[in-house]
Design a protein around this ligand. Structure first.
Ligand code: SAH
Length: 235
């Protein structure tokens, strides 16, 4: 955690915060801070700055907070992500958030197992928690806009045309033979496949919606590795 993320409900006064639970344990056991020490904090959806530790007890800590700096800008990138298996979903959500992806849309694909949609990891509280871990990692305070679309075809045919307006639409597909462009100057809409990959018919479906299939090279990468490599190329 490189930034301690605070919520409106943590504030007892305009600048006074009281924390328990995971964040208390982190400050005490991982950062090993002591009363008087400073740490970096941010307000979810707001600014960031520093806080001084005023009190540290077994079951609570108190901070005096000074939020005076903005958070880093988001990347102008919409990620359309075929739902990975639950354990991978957690990692990919946190890492997409820490990379600064502005919007994440989880979609179905042929090689997404139905059971993935019913996983407890799909509950809103978990999705939010993974995004928060990503924000804390990257010293950000603004959540990505996270959406879920269970049906791929209507999403691609009916919603995507409006969503991709003003962006370069790309679908990451190993074997496509077209190198992923570097240093894009336009916003990008990027589709990333499930662990088994997109079917050729799915690549065609995106293609009819205007998406160009691109690849990073001959190596087939894990979803989270591919995502990081794609983002750094595009940015
Ligand atoms: N067996 C699948 C691999 C899927 S990897 C196949 O051959 O298609 C999961 C997803 O990560 C892919 O659908 C793609 O979106 C992305 N990905 C992985 N490696 C990539 C590469 N070298 N170039 C572009 N995208 C890649």
């Amino acid at each position: 955690m490189n930034l301690l993320l605070l919520f409106d409900t943590d504030f007892q006064t305009a600048t006074g915060v009281r924390l328990t639970g995971r964040r208390l344990e982190h400050v005490r056991d991982i950062h090993r801070l002591q009363v008087g020490d400073e740490l970096r904090v941010g307000l979810l959806g707001g600014g960031q700055g520093t806080a001084r530790l005023l009190l540290l007890e077994r079951d609570a800590l108190e901070l005096e907070v000074n939020l005076n700096a903005p958070s880093p800008p988001k990347l102008p990138l919409t990620l359309i992500l075929a739902l990975p298996r639950p354990k991978v979903l957690n990692r990919v959500l946190a890492s997409a958030t820490s990379l600064g992806v502005a919007r994440i849309i989880l979609v179905n694909a042929w090689k997404v197992e139905k059971s993935y949609w019913k996983s407890p990891r799909m509950e809103e509280a978990n999705l939010l928690h993974q995004c928060i871990l990503g924000l804390e990692q990257a010293r950000d305070t603004v959540l990505p806009d996270l959406q879920i679309r269970r049906l791929l075809r209507p999403f691609v045919e009916e919603e995507l045309p409006a969503l991709i307006q003003g962006t370069t639409p790309l679908i990451a597909h190993p074997g496509s033979g077209i190198p992923c462009p570097r240093g894009m100057t336009t916003p990008v809409t990027l589709a990333v496949g499930p662990e088994g990959g997109f079917l050729p018919q799915e690549v065609e479906l995106f293609g009819r919606a205007g998406f160009q299939a691109v690849e990073l090279g001959p190596r087939v990468l894990r979803v989270e590795t591919a995502l990081a490599a794609l983002v750094s190329r595009i940015d």
